[in-house]
Design a protein around this ligand. Structure first.
Ligand code: ADP
Ligand code: MG
Length: 524
């Protein structure tokens, strides 16, 4: 008898869940779906859909043995796991893998052979982590020394600002061929202080794996891209800080692409380009921030290209950031762009509301500032552009409280952040009102649009209708339509009923007022 694939997979998930951390489970297994179970006489084949090729690499690298044991336990020794990978980009058919309506099927590693059934290094697809295609003929590079990462770090270590340029050639030290490497990391940028959300989960997970094993994962280079102030610098430096603290890389260097450029220009002027090259080639974990600024700088690009290849061939880790996807970076040579993309590219996006609240709350806690919880809501609701602005808002509130005393409450926040948060004209949609009211009353939001007449649902629905009438310009008819196509007379009745109950029941009135306050956070 054939069981549904879901049921079999859920059984597997129960086992997996007990064997790995909650976070890893959430990241790597929750997004997977079972799509087929083919049970034949001598084989039971479970096919699981993966959101991207990256999952395939990751699962095979990190969870291969767990998956194999789990499948054997659930399906018996004839159990086999297959992956159905959703294809993000245009792909060509490869090595016996099938491309089926925007997805591709790959078998999990063959348990008997103990290696991938399919040689993934022969997949000629862009975006597949860890495979370069052909490299130009650069001789493998052996670092002339292995320096300790304690060189001249003290000065630059806790400073968020790059060190000022040294007076003399920074790359050559007379009499000694060992360049001293300043990691140039900001100690505040750690994983512990980086809040995870859907917006950055993939980037963070990969960053973590790289930090533990620089150069040894398939994610080399690792490129993080995304808009300004979304945590790219924080995350790439967190890798460096972790590696420094845990000694997973001997020599670490964080450098902005601008700094790399200006140092290179200076090296050429002082006839020490060779030392410059040697300096960068002796690094085990090289982090280059904002590579889009290499655009248009041909000589620097060429130098970086060679450094990149040398490090890559020597198995060293390269981490890059950019403010946009690599394909949109202007003025960078194709060969370098394709290098950037041959490892893993992961984007970071603006965090969703909950993550924004968590970030600003954490910041306030770290600085020991007393802030009324409404303020977190208010600031995070209105500042959606980037995290740096979110931080800026909190710093401004702290400064104001320090200068003038007083609690950081909603009223003060409104006053102090007036020019930052343009409140006027922000109006709520009926859906937002439904969400906020249901959130407050702890009712699943879709129920107010459903047919149910359960008491708590009716109460939430009526309150949401009441506020929709008050706070939007919609007609009664339109409001009714937003509530699962109800009649305008239902809306009239709801408004009347809320008003009546407010008059007669103080507890009810308090509830309506509390919701009103929540809604106000979003409108003004
Ligand atoms: P980017 O390099 O993308 O422009 P940054 O890394 O400089 O952005 O981040 C801007 C500020 O926001 C930094 O102070 C950083 O610590 C903070 N930040 C960004 N993302 C997060 C996050 N997920 N958790 C905590 N702080 C964050
Ligand atoms: Mg940055």
């Amino acid at each position: 008898m054939n069981r549904p694939p879901d049921a079999v997979w859920n059984e597997c998930l129960d086992i997996i869940r007990d064997n790995i951390s909650r976070q890893s489970f959430k990241t790597w297994f929750e997004p997977l779906r079972a799509v087929a179970l083919d049970q034949e006489e001598d084989e039971s084949k479970l096919t699981v859909q993966l959101p991207s090729r990256f999952y395939y690499e990751w699962l095979e690298e990190h969870y291969h043995s767990l998956l194999r044991k789990t499948i054997t336990k659930v399906l018996g020794s004839s159990g086999r796991l297959f992956y159905d990978i959703v294809i993000e980009r245009e792909e060509t058919e490869v090595d016996g893998s099938r491309i089926v309506g925007g997805s591709m099927q790959l078998p999990a590693r063959d348990p008997d052979l103990g290696r991938p059934t399919m040689d993934i290094s022969r997949l000629s697809v862009t975006g597949l982590p860890g495979h370069f295609g052909t490299l130009p003929n650069t001789p493998p590079y052996t670092p002339p020394y292995a320096s300790q990462p304690n060189g001249d770090t003290v000065e630059g270590f806790s400073s968020p600002v790059p060190l000022p340029p040294p007076h003399t050639n920074p790359h050559a030290i007379p009499g000694v061929r060992k360049p001293v490497i300043n990691p140039n990391l900001n100690a505040a940028y750690t994983f512990e202080r980086f809040i995870e959300g859907d917006c950055n989960r993939l980037a963070r997970s990969a960053a973590w794996a790289i930090a533990e094993n620089p150069g040894a994962t398939a994610f080399n280079p690792f490129l993080i891209y995304g808009g300004v102030g979304l945590g790219k610098t924080h995350l790439i430096q967190a890798i460096g800080n972790y590696a420094l603290e845990n000694n997973t890389a001997a020599t670490i260097k964080y450098v902005s692409s601008e700094r790399f450029t200006s140092d290179f220009v200076r090296a050429i002027k002082s006839n020490s380009a060779g030392d410059f090259s040697q300096y960068y080639r002796s690094i085990d974990l090289l982090i280059v921030d904002d590579v889009q600024f290499f655009g248009g700088k041909e000589k620097t690009q060429e130098e970086f290209f060679h450094v990149f290849n040398a490090l890559q061939q020597a198995g060293k880790q390269i981490i890059l950031s950019a403010d946009r996807p690599p394909k949109d970076i202007a003025g960078i040579e194709e060969r370098l762009l394709s290098r950037f993309q041959c490892g893993l590219s992961a984007d970071v996006q603006m965090p969703e509301l909950e993550t924004r609240i968590a970030i600003i709350r954490r910041l306030a806690e770290e600085t020991g500032t007393q802030v009324h919880p409404d303020v977190f809501d208010y600031v995070a609701t209105h500042i959606k552009s980037n995290i740096r602005e979110l931080e800026g808002a909190l710093i401004r509130l702290q400064a104001h409280a320090a200068l003038h005393g007083g609690e950081i409450n909603l009223e003060m926040a409104r006053e102090v952040l007036r020019d930052l948060i343009v409140e006027a004209g922000v109006s709520l949609t009926v859906e937002e009102i439904q969400r906020i009211a249901c959130d407050f009353l702890k009712i699943p939001e879709d129920l107010v649009r459903a047919r149910t007449r359960k008491r708590e649902v009716v109460r939430a629905r009526q309150v949401a209708m009441y506020f929709s009438k008050q706070l939007t310009n919609h007609s009664l008819k339109t409001i009714g339509l937003h509530f699962g196509g109800r009649d305008h007379s239902t809306v009239i009745h709801a408004v009347q009923s809320v008003e009546d109950q407010c008059d007669t029941d103080p507890a009810y009135r308090d509830m309506v007022e509390a919701i009103s306050k929540k809604l106000e956070l979003h409108t003004r």
